[in-house]
Design a binder for this molecule. Structure first.
Ligand code: UDP
Length: 371
């Protein structure tokens, strides 16, 4: 069976999924491997969504799901994706990460896999990119999405050795588990040389004289006290007085913040396009975040990171000294800022060597040939 006649469905719906699936999609496109894209409609704003599709030159989604207000996103998305998959009959259905889109895509695919495909396995093989991440906090919806998706995937693509070990130790999946690295390595390596050199002028910044702040997780922003504590701590840290604080605000966070909380050295922005954001990461001194993806990029770019959460599903970054977990503790946030400002640190990227997308493509080829 030739790999070129099989069909693959990519499902995405949020900023990080678009960014991290982009190198696999581009590789399939350049090799002439058949695929189509389903956009779940989870992120709708232009600057959380289409801006990335345009900038990363991803082909337009063939299916773009629309949602009425007051309907359950997951329920509706499962139904719609199921309908599309029956129509298209893909061999592989690829989801990435831990969002509600991933859960909906995985469930829709699994229903069909169980129903129609038990014998031949030619259709609806679920592929989970970024499998095996665990925060071990089941109060996080993302953790539940990861566990369910890993449980029902036929191919689990772990980004690190720890992620692979997590799956093996849980003994939950009958699927094939492979440690291939994280596709963000391919993205960062590809674009870091082609970036906007004018970015510092644009925002009136100097290299290494600013820090980047991003906050968007439900557990951070849904509790105003936590959000305020983080911002006030940064605002009042004496060692940051001569630094600008660049804060591109996620739509979920925007409505929770009052403008008067910020001091003059904060630069408040709308969510940035990928090339601008990556350019800023490369030039900043330090990153403070609750984002999963930003913890990885900081680590790959050798920028110290402070994660204002109680746990992280990226423990590799902590172990190598690239990242410190502070929770919502002002003292810890301050001591971590002071620690990272003092001394430059070095570590080895734990997310694999460049060529992750190629390794993924080759694993799928091998799997396909064994069907
Ligand atoms: N990002 C971006 N512009 C921004 C903030 C983040 O392009 O203004 C990118 C960032 O480089 C990373 C991804 O968005 O690749 C992270 O997405 P997010 O923090 O929304 O989700 P998470 O990774 O926590 O799931």
């Amino acid at each position: 069976m030739s790999f070129f006649i099989m069909k693959t469905a990519f499902i995405f719906g949020t900023r990080p999924e678009i960014i991290k699936l982009s190198p696999i999609i581009k590789l399939f496109e350049s090799k002439g491997i058949k695929f189509f894209i389903i956009h779940s409609g989870q992120h709708k704003d232009y600057n959380m969504n289409r801006i990335f599709i345009n900038q990363l030159k991803i082909p337009k989604p063939k299916y773009y799901l629309l949602h009425k207000k007051n309907t359950s996103f997951i329920k509706k998305t499962v139904k719609s994706i199921k309908r599309i998959l029956i129509l298209e009959k893909p061999t592989f259905v690829i989801v990435q990460g831990d969002t509600d889109t991933v859960l909906a895509g995985a469930v829709a695919c699994n229903i069909l896999y169980q129903k129609e495909n038990n014998k031949k396995k030619k259709y609806y093989n679920l592929v989970h990119v970024e499998a095996g991440l665990r925060s071990f906090d089941k109060k996080m919806p993302e953790e539940i999405n990861r566990i369910i998706t890993d449980n029902i995937s036929q191919i689990l693509l772990a980004p690190t050795k720890i992620a692979k070990k997590n799956i093996e130790e849980e003994k939950i999946s009958l699927g094939k588990v492979l440690d291939v690295g994280n596709t963000i390595v391919d993205v960062v390596k590809k674009f870091r040389k082609k970036l906007d050199n004018n970015i510092l002028n644009k925002f009136n910044l100097q290299k290494n004289k600013f820090i980047i702040l991003t906050l968007h997780r439900r557990e951070t922003v849904d509790q105003k006290k936590r959000l305020k504590l983080i911002i006030n701590t940064i605002k009042n840290n004496i060692n940051l007085k001569n630094f600008k604080i660049v804060f591109p605000i996620h739509p979920r966070t925007e409505s929770k913040l009052e403008k008067k909380i910020f001091s003059k050295n904060f630069i408040i922005l709308k969510p940035l396009d990928y090339f601008s954001f990556l350019s800023l990461l490369i030039n900043c001194k330090l990153i403070i975040t609750d984002s999963g993806g930003v913890q990885e990029e900081a680590c790959i770019l050798m920028k110290p990171c402070i994660t204002t959460r109680l746990n992280t599903e990226r423990p590799e970054t902590i172990i190598i000294g690239a990242n410190i977990l502070t929770g919502y503790n002002s003292k810890k946030i301050n001591s971590s800022i002071n620690f990272f400002l003092k001394k430059k640190r070095y570590w080895k990227n734990p997310f694999g060597k460049e060529g992750v997308s190629k390794r993924i493509m080759n694993s799928l080829k091998k799997f396909y040939q064994s069907l």
